[in-house]
Design a protein around this ligand. Structure first.
Ligand SMILES: [Zn+2]
Length: 322
């Protein structure tokens, strides 16, 4: 049955160009209702799908960002650690540099002390200043420093390199100057050495040896406790070693005589002198002129009677003299 108020079919009039006829399209009523619903559903579907897609994209983006953030954090951490490492390295280097500088300073002080020692005890001709002492002034710089800021690291590293260069230059100087200093020290050591080894006269002509002999005055066998060295009256008599004059006297038998006490316990005795040139209590250096050769006391002609006493025993001087 067809309902008059609700027709099942509907007519759509399509108006086109003015010179063209109106087109009539017969459509059923359900179709007219279905089309907007389908369209609506399609649009809703599209919106939902777009929304899902965008959510997906956002979550992917978030994921990517999170990863990148993690990577970035890792890089920052690495960098911070690297900076910390560098800082500690620079601090350590600075510490080493400081320690080296201090060592250099001590070496310099030691050398200065050595120089003072040489000046005090060495012979006058050896008292020239050491060229190496000039660099002690350059040790004034290079105080303590600690890396705090990243920006300072490069500067500190440069300072440290400069310090090491300076130290290297100082070491070169020391290498150059030390042999001369040591040579002087050796000379000084010799001059203050307590071992009697310096030949006490100009002449080396022995007229009497250590040991038993016929006494020149009595003609009888007697023990000769030293050596006799011939010479001219007035010839210099040298101290056989450094020491302290403990006797500078005149004696009927020994004539004018000197006894020197040496630091290592030995004594050297000088007899028949013409003139004594040191006084009791005076400190003498090895090789120093202490008297003039003579013919005083129990002597048959100009000579030096020389003895070495070890403890309370007379020993053969020739086993000590050079
Ligand atoms: Zn004698």
């Amino acid at each position: 049955m067809r309902s008059a108020s609700l027709p099942h079919r509907m007519t759509l009039l399509v108006l086109r160009e003015a010179n063209q006829p109106v087109k009539q399209i017969q459509v059923s009523k359900p179709f007219v209702i279905a089309v907007p619903i389908v369209a609506l559903l399609s649009i809703s579907g599209l919106i939902v799908s777009l929304q899902l897609q965008s959510e997906n994209t956002i979550s992917r983006l978030e994921e990517t960002l999170k990863l990148q953030n993690l990577k970035f954090e890792a890089v920052v951490t690495d960098r911070n650690q690297a900076i910390e490492r560098l800082q500690s390295q620079v601090i350590s280097l600075s510490g080493q540099s400081k320690a080296l500088m201090d060592r250099m300073e001590r070496v310099s002080e030691l050398e200065a002390e050595l120089q003072k020692f040489i000046d005090k005890y060495g012979s006058q001709s050896d008292s020239g200043r050491l060229s190496s002492l000039s660099w002690s002034e350059s040790l004034g710089r290079g105080g303590e420093f600690i890396a705090v800021y990243d920006q300072e690291i490069e500067g500190l590293a440069q300072d440290t390199r400069d310090d090491f260069l300076e130290i290297s230059a100082m070491l070169d100087e020391i290498e150059k100057s030390l042999p001369a200093t040591l040579q002087k020290a050796k000379q000084t050591e010799y001059s203050i050495s307590g071992t009697p080894s310096e030949w006490p006269t100009l002449s080396t002509r022995l007229t009497s040896n250590f040991g038993y002999r016929t006494d020149p005055f009595t003609g009888k066998a007697a023990f000769h406790a030293g050596i006799d060295i011939a010479g001219k009256v007035g010839d210099p008599i040298y101290a056989a070693a450094a020491g302290k004059v403990i006797a500078a006297e005149n004696n009927h038998s020994r004539g004018k005589y000197i006894i020197i006490q040496h630091p290592n316990g030995l004594q050297s005795w000088y007899m028949h002198l013409n003139e004594i040139q040191v006084s009791e209590g005076e400190t003498v250096k090895k090789g120093q002129t202490i008297a003039k050769l003579g013919n005083t006391g129990r002597s048959t002609g100009p000579h030096l009677h020389f003895e070495i006493v070890k403890g309370d025993k007379k020993v053969n001087p020739l086993s000590y003299l050079q």
